[in-house]
Design a protein around this ligand. Structure first.
Ligand code: NAD
Length: 372
């Protein structure tokens, strides 16, 4: 049973948070926590996972067992029965197990350097900001938050508390995805003309799932998987989109009565490149296609946890034997240790959220072009 508060009024919530930030800065009370270990420190940084659902249980916690620069030091859960299970499985100290009521007291725990928020989307801003106020560095899962205002409040809270903020964009740590980014930067095949990105899956029949509840998820496929399409178009072009048009298709009006099921959208980029994307909770698709003036690249699958493969011209990109989540968390731990910015800072999540807001605006306007 979860005891965490449901978030109803986002506007007053963000306003309240700003007041909270001004009133209490644990980073100033515990400056050593905010700075983390020194660059040369061999110390593994302690991570606390907040929310022990599927992603924490099946991906993040196992990945932390392989990590070299961080380890699973603590957890935050609203489900009492999970406490002993996680304590025993991962050897977590009793004093490093928190619930949603005593969460803020994590501020005085020197074992926890980084808080990783893995909760339903509507809780990302609140729990990230509270972690920052507790003087902890923050990783927040995608989508960063419910809207642009929340993303900005999260970035401001981390800046104010002198802690780093990173978004769970694991694909930036995948070598084959990084090859696509490199082509966008170095342009060996000429101009980038067109990107096609698709990220979808077929949602199961659990109609109580928070992903189908607009108040908790902020939207449907767009918030969950569309963010990968937006990311892909942005890193495959190396540009920020300037305008968007979007269209929605719904085939199951019962299951998807509160959230979007399938959405296609087209984006324009400053160089003249454009993209076409599809995201859905009711089809199977997972690929990236990039047309250059003198070549092409493709990845399929393009967003899975492992096995990302494809080609750039006649160069085959074989699947790499890496753990994306381990690399992502180790990468962030090293950023904290060395005081260098994360390669996926809060600003990356904010950029995607600006696109998402424009996408939904276009949907409301019957697919009209919306400037981002
Ligand atoms: P999940 O439903 O499996 O887990 C959610 C957790 O939040 C559960 O432990 C649940 O008990 C807890 N919770 C607390 N308050 C809740 C409430 N009011 N309603 C529902 N649950 C509540 O979800 P998940 O798949 O682990 O996703 C969590 C976050 O991680 C989401 O933001 C999702 O987008 C993100 N995610 C990212 C990736 C990735 O590849 N980066 C993959 C999966 C999920």
């Amino acid at each position: 049973m979860n005891t965490a508060p449901r978030n109803v009024d986002r506007r007053s919530f963000v306003k309240g948070l700003s007041t909270g930030i001004a009133a209490f800065s644990a980073a100033s009370a515990f400056p050593s926590l905010a700075r983390g270990a020194s660059a040369s420190s061999p110390k593994k940084l302690g991570i606390a996972l907040v929310g022990l659902g599927n992603y924490s249980t099946k991906q993040l916690a196992p990945a932390l067992e392989e990590a070299t620069d961080c380890y699973l030091a603590g957890v935050v859960t609203g489900t009492k029965s999970k406490e002993a299970v996680w304590r025993e499985k991962y050897g977590i100290k009793r004093s490093n197990i928190y619930n949603y009521e005593n969460y803020d007291s994590i501020a005085s725990n020197p074992d926890i350097d980084i808080v990783y928020v893995v909760l339903p989307n509507s809780m990302h801003a609140e729990y990230s900001i509270r972690a920052a106020n507790a003087g902890k560095h923050v990783i927040c899962e995608k989508p960063m938050a419910m809207n642009v205002a929340e993303c900005e409040a999260m970035i401001a809270a981390c800046k104010k508390n002198n802690v780093q903020l990173s978004i769970g964009y694991r694909l930036h740590f995948d070598p084959n995805t990084r090859e696509i980014m490199k082509v966008a930067k170095e342009k060996p095949y000429g101009d980038i003309q067109y990107v096609q990105s698709e990220a979808s899956f077929i949602m199961g029949n659990n109609l109580d799932a928070w992903r189908l509840d607009r108040e908790l998820a902020g939207g449907g496929a767009v918030m969950d998987m569309g963010v990968y399409c937006i990311q892909a178009a942005r890193y495959a072009t190396g540009e920020e989109p300037i305008a968007i048009r979007s269209q929605e298709f719904k085939t199951d009006w019962n299951k998807f009565k509160n959230v979007d099921e399938t959405v296609t959208f087209q984006m324009e980029f400053p160089s003249g490149a454009y993209s076409n994307s599809t995201t859905s909770y009711n089809i199977r698709s997972n690929r990236l296609y990039v047309s250059y003036s003198k070549g092409l690249a493709q990845l399929e699958p393009a967003t899975k946890y492992g096995g990302i493969k494809g080609s750039i011209q006649d160069r085959i990109l074989d699947p790499q034997p890496i753990n994306q989540q381990r690399r992502q968390m180790d990468g962030f731990a090293r950023s904290v240790k060395t005081g260098t910015p994360s390669i996926v800072p809060g600003e990356e999540g904010l950029a995607d959220m600006k696109v998402i807001e424009a996408l939904y605006k276009s949907l409301q306007q019957g697919g009209k072009r919306v400037v981002i």
